[in-house]
Every structure is written in C-alpha cells, then in structure tokens.
Design a protein around this ligand. Structure first.
Ligand SMILES: [Zn+2]
Length: 319
C-alpha cells in the first residue's frame, strides 16, 4: 500500500472510532445534575452506564446560579434531571421545565428526603422568604436517602440496567454508612463546649443535629450580599461574647470581610469548609462527595480541638 493510501485508511479508521464513541455516548442514558456533590453521587451509582452533565460549575455560588443559554442543549436532551430542590435551583428548574424532553424524569432529592415539617429556617434562610436551608447532603444520613432516590430514578429511566445500578448503589451505601459512623466518632472527640460552628455561609443546619454540634450563627445575609458595616460590628461583639474558637468560611465566598471580622474579634478564620465544591483536581481520589466530607470533618476537628483518627482508612475515591 502506498503511504498516501495508508494515511487515508488511517483517517477513515480514526473517524470511524470517533463516530462510534459519539454514538455510544448518545445511546447512553442522558443525565443532567446541578451541584457537584449530587453529580458525584450520581456518577458513583451510574458509572459508565450514563452520560452525565453537572451544570453548576464548581466554585460558583449555587444559590444564585443562573444557567446559561448553552445549558439548554443539555437540559433539552436529558432523559433524567436530578437536582437538590428545596428551592436551591429555581432558575435551572424553570429552564429545564421550558425545555423538557417528552418522557423525561425530574427528581428533587431534597424534597424526596424530608417533609416540610423538617425544613430548617435560619438567619441566611429566613422563614419569611419561604426558602428553606437546602444543604441536606452535608448530613450523610440524608445523602444515603439521596443515593436511594438516585438509584430508583436511574432504574426507572433505564430498567435494562437495573441490576448494575442496584449493585453500585448498595456498594456506595455501605461506604456512606461507614463514613457516617466515622464522622459521629470524630465529632465526639471535640470538647463539648467547643462543638460550635459559626460560619460565613449557612451550610450546616442539617449536619450539626446529626453530629452533635451547634450552629451558633451564620454571617451571610439572605440576599447573599456582604454584611453591612453595622452588621459586622454586631458580629464582632457576638464573637467576643460567645468565645468561639474559630469562624469558618468557604472558598466559594470571599474571605476579606471574614478575615477582618476574625482579626477584630481575635478569632481564627478558617476559609476551607466546603458545601458544594469538591476538594482536589478532577480525577484526584479526594475529588468526591466522600472526600469533601472527610476534609470538612478533618478541618473542624483540628480547629475545634478534637481529632480525626476515626476517619483514617476511609477511601474517598470514586467506585
Ligand atoms: Zn450553599
């Protein structure tokens, strides 16, 4: 064969493989999710059987996130939309409904996990606004219910792969039970009078009741704007009075103000708690829901005077 003929054959082969891969991806169940922890739980249960797109980019404020027009193509192609609900993703939900494919299944994990009676309202999510605190997934017991709902949704949308989804979900649930028990143990090592969380972003309303800590306040107003100077002065007084060891922020929200408040109140400021962006680079073992929970609890125990040895040996990597 001449070199030119060989090149043509190779080009045809490459094209064939690309088209084949695209056809395979298109024939898979098309799943759209929103925030990264939910995307990661779905990935762990769906594995290679699904084509998944998480539309809230990591490091953005998921509470004010507006999908872009380029997200429409994913929403319109979705066989299954899995999101938190509890009013977290209202703009995305609107756009998804407007572009809903016939027969598509929409699942709101938060709404399927707790009833209205269990909704938490607080400073950043006041009852007067009607939007509950949506951060259910930071309580691993709730994340287990999420995993069950995800499994059931995948099975409903793609019954041919029922067995695989069930197997993968069971394996994840076993891992979440271990994680939950270890977090209970680790949090219990923090001296009782220090088991208090004061955070910038108000993410721990469902975590603390399960793991024996108390949310004594959050700083971020319900508008998600920065606190006013008067509000800051009030916070500094509160911090001094309550003698909390630290205030916690997250990388998603700017820490300048927190640093200033911490300095003036003489309190440590820790900026690395995460509620919806995963630690590590894409593909790193800790870049997972389990990895995020481990890192959060390690941070809390270290700063608040406990120890995290109960978490040792827990593998955060995706299954
Ligand atoms: Zn949040």
């Amino acid at each position: 064969m001449k070199t030119s003929q060989f090149i043509i054959v190779m080009k045809v082969l490459v094209l064939f493989f690309i088209l084949n891969a695209q056809a395979q991806a298109a024939s898979k169940l098309q799943v759209v999710t929103t925030v990264a922890p939910i995307t990661n739980l779905v990935k762990n249960i769906g594995g290679d059987l699904i084509q998944i797109k998480g539309i809230v980019p990591e490091g953005t404020n998921s509470h004010t996130f507006e999908p872009s027009p380029s997200d429409i193509k994913y929403l319109a192609a979705a066989d299954l939309l899995i999101y938190n609900g509890l009013h977290l993703e209202i703009p995305t939900e609107k756009l998804a409904n407007a572009n809903r494919k016939k027969g598509a299944i929409f699942v709101k994990l938060g709404d399927g996990t707790i009833g209205k009676k269990e909704w938490q309202f607080d400073f950043s999510f006041p009852e007067s606004d009607g939007h509950p605190n949506p951060h259910l997934w930071l309580n691993v017991a709730h994340a287990m219910k999420y995993a069950e709902l995800i499994r059931d949704a995948l099975v409903a949308a793609d019954p041919a792969n029922q067995e695989s989804y069930e197997k993968r979900a069971t394996s994840l649930l076993v891992r979440l039970v271990t994680l939950d028990k270890a977090i209970i143990k680790a949090m219990a090592t923090i001296p009782k009078d220090k088991r208090k969380l004061l955070t910038y972003h108000d993410s721990w309303a469902y975590f603390c009741p399960r793991y024996g800590c108390e949310v004594i306040g959050a700083i971020q107003p319900s508008s998600f704007a920065d606190p006013s100077p008067r509000e800051m002065a009030r916070l500094i007084d509160q911090l001094k009075a309550q003698q909390v060891p630290a205030i916690f922020g997250s990388e998603v929200f700017p820490s300048k103000i927190m640093n200033q408040i911490g300095k003036e109140a003489g309190v440590k400021f820790i900026s690395t708690l995460r509620d919806d962006d995963l630690p590590g680079e894409d593909g790193a073992p800790e870049n997972s829901y389990i990895g995020m929970m481990l890192e959060n609890v390690r941070t809390m125990t270290k700063v608040l005077g406990g120890n995290s040895s109960a978490l040792e040996g827990i593998d955060p990597s995706n299954q």
